[in-house]
Ligand binder design. Structure first.
Ligand code: SF4
Length: 417
């Protein structure tokens, strides 16, 4: 097997890793065994567009037996591995050809967490030192890796992350019986958090006066571009959704807890899809809409001032799937509406369905300039009137009288009047 063929296999097996972008689903990967490598380049979301990343494993060997994973030790699969310098060389060839701008590197666990971490760290180190690559590198941290190994990973990467996979010990045991939530995942997240905080403080002291940081840590991927240098560091984690029978409330409760305790930049959700040859090959796939609702709820809590206890869950602890969580909350809290758009506080505007954070900023600016006259003005500022109109008044008048909801989505039709 040549290097190109090996890489194609490893890219296809990194299917559950995610970073806010669109990659091929497990089903698509299986259906497209012959796909060309560049067709499965991962496009991570960044400010103003996407960044093409080589998202791959370093090896498909693993000593663990996670029930959903196609490279688990019990799986009958061809083991393919790169040495760190081979991977670095392959990446640089793709980078020079303009195919990718960054690397997202994960791995099966060979021998033990630190041995594996060393291989990942070496790959990044070679890219930085031998090839002078200054772009984006995201390294996975192996659960149970030592603090020293995590510190070393942080020297060469822009982002480090460990996959939590499930929201608690009980759920993790169902999909990864050899892993320990308390004994491996939480201590690794804690070490990552300490390393990231240290790194950020050093970065701030050395380079950036606090006043210039503006809206928060520079370390979010959205802030990363090709000129970004390695000392900028952030951390994330990821849950597999729907594999362990967990509820949305469990996932979001743990996400809130992780943001608070471990200063994570983001939590990612990856809808479970069964893969042939794994112990869970006959388990039902999770619907993509569930993943989308979890992201929406996560955004409401991080950016819109919502508390977990305000979100609407069904009796089993899941978010409604037919309407988004903000609309679900608004329909349960009709006494808070309509909101007068010319006077409402920022926090009130953020609660209106169909109005996003940037639109709120634009509305406040337009108000100061006296530029809010009619429904068209609101549309121009980004208000999704089809969604927002029933919740708003403009200069005392209900907007639904000025704006007719022409084609309501059947499952989301609003009846407020
Ligand atoms: S640790 Fe589990 S999920 Fe990770 S590669 Fe190994 S078997 Fe797969």
């Amino acid at each position: 097997m040549d290097a190109y063929e090996k890489l194609r296999v490893l890219v296809s097996e990194a299917v559950f890793e995610c970073e806010g972008g669109k990659s091929l689903s497990a089903r698509e990967v299986q259906q497209n065994k012959e796909q060309r490598l560049w067709e499965s380049i991962y496009h991570a979301k960044v400010a103003g567009g996407t960044m093409p990343l080589l998202k791959t494993l370093l090896t498909s060997a693993c000593i663990k037996n996670c029930r959903y994973c196609p490279i688990a030790a019990y799986c009958d699969h061809k083991v393919v591995s790169f040495k760190p310098d081979e991977m670095a060389q392959m990446f640089m060839a793709m980078h020079k050809a303009g195919l990718v701008k960054g690397l997202f590197l994960s791995s099966g666990i060979v021998r033990d967490p630190d041995t594996t971490q060393e291989l990942l760290n070496d790959t990044a180190k070679i890219l930085r030192t031998r090839y002078g690559f200054r772009g984006y590198i995201h390294l996975k941290i192996m659960p149970g890796a030592s603090l020293e190994a995590i510190v070393e990973a942080s020297r060469w990467s822009n982002r480090i992350s460990v996959n939590a996979e499930a929201p608690n010990e009980h759920r993790l045991t169902k999909i990864a019986p050899e892993k320990s939530f308390q004994g491996e995942i939480l201590p690794t997240l804690k070490s990552i958090s300490e390393v990231v905080m240290q790194k950020r403080l050093k970065f701030l002291e050395r380079i950036a006066p606090i006043q210039r940081i503006g809206k928060g840590w520079l370390a979010d991927l959205e802030e990363v571009n090709e000129a970004t240098i390695p000392p900028i560091l952030s951390s994330t984690t990821q849950f597999v959704v729907g594999a362990a029978g967990e509820t949305d409330r469990e996932l979001l409760q743990t996400a809130v807890d992780f943001y608070r305790r471990f200063n994570l930049g983001r939590v990612y959700f990856s809808a479970f899809q069964p893969i042939c040859g794994t112990l869970m090959e006959n388990a039902p796939a999770e619907k993509p809409v569930r993943e989308r609702r979890l992201y929406q709820a996560d955004f409401l809590m991080r950016l819109y001032g919502f508390d977990l206890n305000e979100l609407i869950f069904d009796e089993r602890g899941n978010l409604p799937q037919d309407i988004d969580p903000k609309l679900a909350w608004a329909l349960q809290n009709l006494e808070r509406f309509p909101v007068e758009i010319t006077k409402a506080e920022r926090e009130e505007l953020l609660r209106v369905p169909g109005i996003g954070t940037e639109t709120v900023d634009r509305i406040i600016k337009a108000r100061k300039e006296g530029a809010l006259i009619n429904a068209e003005d609101l549309q121009r500022l980004g208000v999704r009137l089809k969604r927002a109109a029933p919740f708003l008044t403009l200069n005392g008048k209900l907007l639904t009288k000025e704006f007719s909801v022409k084609e309501p989505e059947p499952t989301e039709q609003l009846h407020l009047l």
